[in-house]
Ligand binder design. Sequence first.
Ligand SMILES: *Cc1c(COP(=O)(O)O)cnc(C)c1O
Length: 359
Amino acid sequence: MRSGSVLKFKREEIPHSRPTLGQEEIQAVADVIASGQVAGGDEVARFENAMAQNCGLAGGVATSSGTAALHLSLAAFGIGPKDEVIIPSFVCTAVLNAVLLVRAKPVLADIILETGNIDPDDVKQKLTKNTRAIIAPHLFGLPADIDNLVSLGIPVIEDCAQAIGAHVGARPVGGMGVTSVFSFYATKMMCTGEGGMVLSDSRKFLEKVRDLHEYDNKEVFKLRYNYKMTDMAGALGLAQLKKLDTFIAKRRAIASRFDEAFKDLCKLPTPADGHVYYRYVIRVKDPARIIRRLREKMVFCARPVYNPLHCYLKQNGYAKTKRLWLEALSIPIYPSLTPEEINKIIDSVRAELSKGPRP
Ligand SMILES: *Cc1c(COP(=O)(O)O)cnc(C)c1O
């Protein structure tokens, strides 16, 4: 049995991601099942309140995924056809899907090479009279420059799917834009299997989101969704939230071991006090080669973004996105890594990096 985890895995394999689940989570879900109340109820309400409190916000609406949380946020703003939403090119397709789900036009922006986050200067170039929102992910757990985006005068949706617990100075991410979204997918900072949340300080906005996320018992019909969270997921989320500070401390401790071990061999992640290291992403010359070689040693690294969005949309430009995609290598980092696994990662990554030239 692994420390802090009751899950069993093939012993010698170190996957790229792994949830950190223990007896507390098993008990929490078992209690919900025993109660017979499995649809969204008290557990979900408690989870929403606990998350809002964690970010110092008025409230939250739990959803079935991060994608659903993004979709509902855009819908609650009334965004639709002919409206434009600015998103970075360097992010997973969930963000693009959310924009397309409300039939708005996605407008891509380039990133800042050093952080991987959306570049406010490029966003400024992309503004038109139809721009209705900016979605700003805090990529890999490193806070994006929300203040400069907010100063552009367009509503900013903070995408905290990779960054719950991160902060800028004393301010936690999630409270800097107009609204924020979270994901509790199995391998995110905290997990409920699948799940997500919208947080906001505006009760009026939250009421719109809540209205749209369930369809039953309404006086007036309009297009609504079934994006609710179950009480099993809510209970799981509450158990995970109690461990969040420990999770973050462990991630930071592993990141500083990696920094020390890799500093002479590659470009390290940009340090920041509020970084929660959802991903530990270094920049190297040929990530594909390293991924292949490390897989043979059963250490599973990955490209942190599978393909930039501008490639899917067959657009040119986005020089920094392209450069980072070509160089980025994500190394396994999660709270359930054992000391032996951390040593094995360090030794095998160092051995591979020593063979290649620096970018
Ligand atoms: C995971 C993720 C999402 C989507 O969340 P799901 O729960 O998988 O739908 C959105 N944005 C970012 C930045 C993510 O990392």
